[in-house]
Structures are given as structure tokens and as C-alpha cells.
Design a protein around this ligand. Structure first.
Ligand code: CA
Length: 232
């Protein structure tokens, strides 16, 4: 894990983007509105060298790149580092495919994006990644995988087995977006056919129970067009 300095202003973002205008726009915004330092590389095959030369605090990674595509860059980065990665794609449909590949990216942004949105995502991902292991998760939420019970601040949550499986899967990877397809696979090991709507219905029930136990926090966030994530 990177040692994150207390001061946000010292954090460095590596932008891997082959369109100079977009790269410059992102760099400007990240500097002006996030106080981040930025470095830019235009080619996928240069991203790894640049990463190793001076590891950044976060990588903003375009999908379509000359030299080596973003998928391959992401895989290789993950093979050697847990650095937060936000992938940038040109098509929203692509995100489902990327989620299915389980590349281990922390978030996804689709072009055209508003630079403000990107800065917000960068901040959120950095905030989550700087939580130490001990801090991970909402402290009130306890999940006992051996006994298949979950509780909030000592109060047991009355969850169905499917709801428990959902919560456990989301909770295990805080901040990571899960598509409905992935959640289906995690919830049902027997390959029964379940619709997206069934996933939504289970999530809705799970959220209702969580909200009843913890009215002040929203532990499960829906990510428009993508799926859900556990967001402590
Ligand atoms: Ca590109």
C-alpha cells in the first residue's frame, strides 16, 4: 500500500490518455480542483515504466490506447500493485464487459465526462483506499461468515440467505462496483436463472433492513447504469 501523505495536495495522479486535449483538461482540473499533482503518458506501453519509475497515488487509465490497451495495462498494474485505478471508457456498454473481466479497477468513468465528476471520483477512490485495513467497512456492521449472521451495532439483522450473501460480497470489497450479473453469480452458486430485476429486488430488501438498523448511513449505493457497491 502507498503511504498516503496527510495533505491531499501532495498526491500524484498518473493520467494514461492518448488524446492530448482530454489529458490536458483532466490534468488542469485535477490540479485546480483537487490540488493533485499529475503526470501524463500517452501510450499504454509507457504506462508501466512510468508507474515503476515513480509510483503515483492513483492511475486514471483510458481503455483505448496505442501500444498496449487499458485492459492489459490494468492487468499488469494489478499483478504488481494495489494502486487505485479508475478506468476511462468511451462507451458505457463497455463498462459491463470490463466489470465481467474482473480487472480489479476501483471505478469507471465514461466519456464524455465532466471533469468535475472525475475529480469527485478520484477523491472518493483515494479516500476509500487510504482507510487502513482496520478501518475498512462501517464499524457498526459486523458480518459473521461462519454463522451466516450480520448485525449492526450489536443488533442482529434479520436477513434471508440471499440477502446475507449479497451483503457479504459487497462488504468484502468496499467501494468496488459489482454489476448485477456478478451479484447473481455470487448469490447463486447453482446457476439458476435470475433476472436483473430479481437482483434489484433483493438489494432493495437488503437496503430496507439496513436502513431500519442504521438510518443515518447509506451503506449500499446504486451506481447508475452499472450496479451496486458497498460504500462505507
Ligand atoms: Ca483513447
Amino acid at each position: 500500500m502507498n503511504e498516503l501523505p496527510m495533505d491531499d495536495g501532495q498526491r500524484c495522479i498518473l493520467i494514461v490518455e492518448d488524446e492530448p486535449k482530454i489529458a490536458a483538461l483532466l490534468a488542469d482540473y485535477l490540479q485546480a480542483h483537487g490540488g493533485y499533482r499529475t503526470r501524463i503518458v500517452n501510450r499504454g506501453d509507457e504506462a508501466l515504466d512510468e508507474f515503476r519509475r515513480a509510483p503515483p497515488d492513483l492511475v486514471l487509465l483510458d481503455l483505448m490506447l496505442p501500444g498496449l490497451d487499458g485492459i492489459e495495462v490494468c492487468k499488469r498494474l494489478r499483478a504488481e500493485s494495489s494502486v487505485p485505478i479508475i478506468m476511462v471508457t468511451a462507451r458505457v456498454e463497455e463498462i459491463d464487459r470490463l466489470l465481467g473481466l474482473e480487472l480489479g479497477a476501483d471505478d469507471y468513468v465514461c466519456k464524455p465526462f465532466s471533469p468535475r465528476e472525475v475529480v469527485a471520483r478520484v477523491k472518493a477512490v483515494l479516500r476509500r483506499s487510504s482507510l487502513s485495513e482496520a478501518d475498512l467497512g462501517e464499524p457498526g456492521l459486523q458480518i459473521d461468515s461462519e454463522r451466516f449472521v450480520a448485525s449492526y451495532k450489536g443488533k442482529p439483522l434479520d436477513l434471508t440467505p440471499v440477502e446475507f450473501a449479497l451483503l457479504r460480497s459487497l462488504h468484502a470489497k468496499p467501494g468496488r462496483v459489482f454489476s448485477r450479473e456478478q451479484l447473481m453469480d455470487l448469490m447463486y452458486s447453482d446457476y439458476r436463472v435470475v433476472s436483473d430485476r430479481a437482483v434489484d429486488a433483493h438489494v432493495k430488501n437488503l437496503r430496507r433492513k439496513l436502513t431500519a438498523a442504521a438510518p443515518d448511513v447509506e451503506l449500499i449505493e446504486s451506481v447508475y447504469g452499472l450496479g451496486y457497491r458497498y460504500a462505507p
